[in-house]
Design a protein around this ligand. Structure first.
Ligand SMILES: [Zn+2]
Length: 242
């Protein structure tokens, strides 16, 4: 098994020779979030598409990126898929029997000037994860996976799917965990990035789209929070109720 040749020839697909594995693919998505040109090093794919991202570093995290793996194999081959500002079109890959492993949420929206910046630079983790009585729903909507992400996982029977965010996980002097914009402080450039993993997504038997997921949050590769059996209503850009 390998990634089929017609998939490798798509304009939105980037691969390496020999094929990249999961660790490399995830590292490249992380580098794309950091606008690190190493993300594009050695990639095979449409040269005009590659040039588009190389011309202006902000383009690297103005659009969503996906990681797709072959279905078989304990160490499967992976590809990077470039998406638009609102998502990655995983349909053709699912139809080809491939598995979407991850996608990124870009820091920028449509242009370099517009961002999904957290107001004030940072928000306390417990003020978006359902712990504190005062919950900042606007920032949660920017930071957490969307209801559509959960719905996508259940509809496609994805056992696990990662959502890479552009934000960093930091602590204030009182050792309270914050989620911050990567450019909120010079030291934050090296801070671990916030990643979510959606596990065990399953559709609930209701008329309207309704999904239940387990969700884990990571600072870099270190899991620091998990919540099981989160009910998610709707799809699209709707938020998750915690
Ligand atoms: Zn998403």
């Amino acid at each position: 098994m390998a990634i089929p040749a017609p998939i490798l020839e798509r304009d939105d697909v980037f691969h390496t020779v020999p094929p990249m594995k999961m660790d490399d693919a995830f590292a490249r998505v992380n580098q794309l979030e950091r606008r690190d040109a190493a993300a594009l090093a050695g990639l095979q794919g449409d040269e005009f598409e590659l040039q588009f991202y190389q011309d202006d570093a902000t383009k690297m995290n103005r659009y969503e990126w996906g990681v797709v793996r072959e279905a078989n194999g304990i160490n499967p081959d992976c590809i990077l898929v470039s998406g638009g500002p609102g998502g990655v079109a995983f349909g053709p890959f699912l139809e080809a029997g491939l598995i979407p492993l991850a996608h990124s949420h870009p820091y920028h929206t449509a242009t370099a000037a517009s961002t999904r910046a957290i107001a004030g630079g940072a928000v306390a983790w417990n003020n978006i994860n359902g712990t504190e009585p005062a919950q900042n729903m606007i920032e949660r909507l920017k930071i957490f996976p969307s209801a559509g992400d959960a719905y996508f996982c259940s509809q496609n029977d994805l056992a696990t799917h990662r959502v890479e965010t552009p934000y960093v996980v930091v602590f204030n002097p009182a050792n309270i965990r914050y989620i911050a914009n990567p450019d909120a402080h010079p030291a934050f450039a090296a801070a671990p990035r916030l990643t979510f993993q959606i596990n065990n997504a399953r559709a609930l038997p209701t008329a309207a789209p309704h999904t239940r997921i387990d969700l884990t949050a990571y600072a870099g590769t270190v899991a620091f929070w998990v919540k099981h059996d989160i009910d998610v209503s709707g799809h699209g850009g709707a938020g998750i109720v915690l």
